[in-house]
Design a binder for this molecule. Structure first.
Ligand SMILES: *Cc1c(COP(=O)(O)O)cnc(C)c1O
Length: 450
């Protein structure tokens, strides 16, 4: 995946113009720009932000979140958009999306709690998950949200809980459609061998069972085939398979009110690669969905659950260079590690790196950007051609908004960093930097160790 000095895969660029091309390639109007050779996000100079708030620092551009959400909504004008809260669960972001009319796909009671606090109405929340606790199912029933049921075992548990509370819960089954999304194995969720969902062949029987049980109303059907999907064909294949099931389920007399196709639309982490737009995503799904529902004479609501597309490119991680070392490689040690952004270590992900205080320069070298964590895998970028880097430079890791802070930890005794939200050049803290006391949070000594 690492492209070294090729900033546009497939297109070789001659050596002496690389830095200019790479520098310009990541810019997005009104979002990421270059001013006085500094990286600017949402009108705010990143070097000023780093000075003002310290590093490491997550910086999100509010208007980019809104415009990404609008792009999705425009592409699917009649669908409901349930934002996948796990991509970025920061409260300010949930709040912004709630105000835009987004629903939420939640995967835990914690995410449900935050979504409700942010003002997302229960009618627009779907509780997902392959291993929910009884407590979580009970909360879902009490609050009155829809539940995506992952197994017959869970169906029976949910039925008992709803019955005992005298309530009816609307469910969908999470279908495993056996579609390859052609993405990283750790984010492929709809393969036959994946832990998620009920095998397609058993789904109709599951609906028959649900229809008989107390406390349950089978209202929808759900799938989600994976993440960072760069080809629209798997979306079409999944829609066809899901509509085959909808036809069979309609045939046994169950009236489905919603079809939830999940999401997984990819974003261009590597600059210059072609990715489908929300419109292309819609073109892969809507014709099949519309034709098949029309033929069946039914009108279920379409639901989509984008996460990465809404927040991925809205956010950068600013990190300061602690040290530069010439060894087997040119190592640049920065103050952020995989405890703050785990994607490169976990999925071999590419994040574009920009020297925020010196975006374009004449001189350049090949660098490997590493964090301070005591793990060999704590590498953000391998063998990148970048402007000459020195101690105290500020690097920006781009496209860090999805599965960034939300997957962070305090590994190696490192309190988490702050998050700021910028809008029209103004910055607000949306999460304070943790102080060292958090490392003791909740810990107690048995009396004998006092
Ligand atoms: C993670 C997840 C999503 C969002 O996936 P993205 O790749 O971020 O768009 C949607 N639905 C479900 C069920 C998920 O688990």
């Amino acid at each position: 995946m690492e492209k070294g000095r090729l900033c546009s895969p497939g297109k070789k660029i001659s050596y002496n113009i690389i830095s200019v091309n790479c520098a310009a390639m990541f810019t997005i109007k009104d979002h990421l720009e270059i001013r006085n050779n500094h990286l600017v996000i949402g009108g705010a100079d990143t070097t000023v932000l780093a000075e003002q708030f310290g590093t490491p620092l997550y910086v999100t551009n509010e208007s980019r979140v809104i415009s990404n959400f609008s792009a999705y909504r425009t592409a699917f004008p009649d669908a409901h958009i349930y934002y996948a809260a796990k991509a970025n669960g920061s409260f300010a972001i949930l709040r912004m999306l709630a105000r835009q009319g987004a629903g939420a796909d939640v995967f835990s009671f914690g995410e449900l709690y935050m979504a409700l606090l942010a003002g997302i109405p229960p009618q627009k929340i779907l509780f997902n998950g392959n291993s929910k606790t009884d407590f979580e199912l009970q909360k879902a029933v009490e609050i009155g949200i829809k539940v995506s049921v992952d197994s017959l075992d869970e169906l029976h548990t949910l039925s008992k809980i709803a019955d005992s509370l005298g309530k009816i819960v609307e469910i969908a089954f999470r279908v495993n459609p056996d579609v390859s999304p052609k993405t990283h194995p750790k984010i492929s969720t709809g393969l036959k061998t994946s832990k998620f969902g009920i095998p397609s062949g058993e789904v109709v029987d599951a609906y028959k069972e649900a229809d008989k049980l107390g406390g349950i109303t089978p209202g929808g059907i759900h799938c989600h085939i994976g993440s960072q999907i760069l080809d629209t064909a798997p979306f079409t294949e999944a829609t066809q398979k899901m509509m085959d099931l909808v036809e069979k389920i309609t045939g046994i007399g169950i009236n489905l009110k919603f079809v939830d196709m999940g999401s997984g639309l990819g974003i261009p982490y590597e600059k210059g690669i072609k990715v489908p737009t929300p419109r292309e995503h819609a073109k892969a799904i809507l014709p099949v969905f519309e034709e098949r529902t029309r033929a069946l004479g039914i009108s279920p609501k379409l639901i989509l659950e984008p996460g990465r597309f809404i927040v991925g490119d809205t956010t950068i991680l600013l990190t300061r260079v602690n040290t530069v070392k010439k060894a087997a490689k040119n190592f640049v040690g920065v103050d952020a590690g995989f405890n703050l952004l785990v994607r490169p270590a976990m999925y071999d992900s590419y994040h574009h790196v920009v020297v925020a205080n010196n975006v374009k320069s004449q001189g350049e070298d090949t660098y490997t950007i590493v964090g301070p964590i005591c793990e060999t895998g704590d590498i953000f970028a391998k063998d990148r051609t970048l402007p000459q880097i020195e101690k105290n430079d500020i690097l920006a890791l781009l496209d860090a908004g999805a599965y960034g802070f939300s997957m962070s930890s305090q590994y190696n005794g490192r309190p988490r960093c702050a998050e700021v939200l910028v809008k029209d050049g103004e910055a607000d803290i949306i999460r304070s930097r943790e102080d060292f006391e958090v490392l003791l949070n909740g810990q107690k000594l048995p009396a004998r160790l006092m």
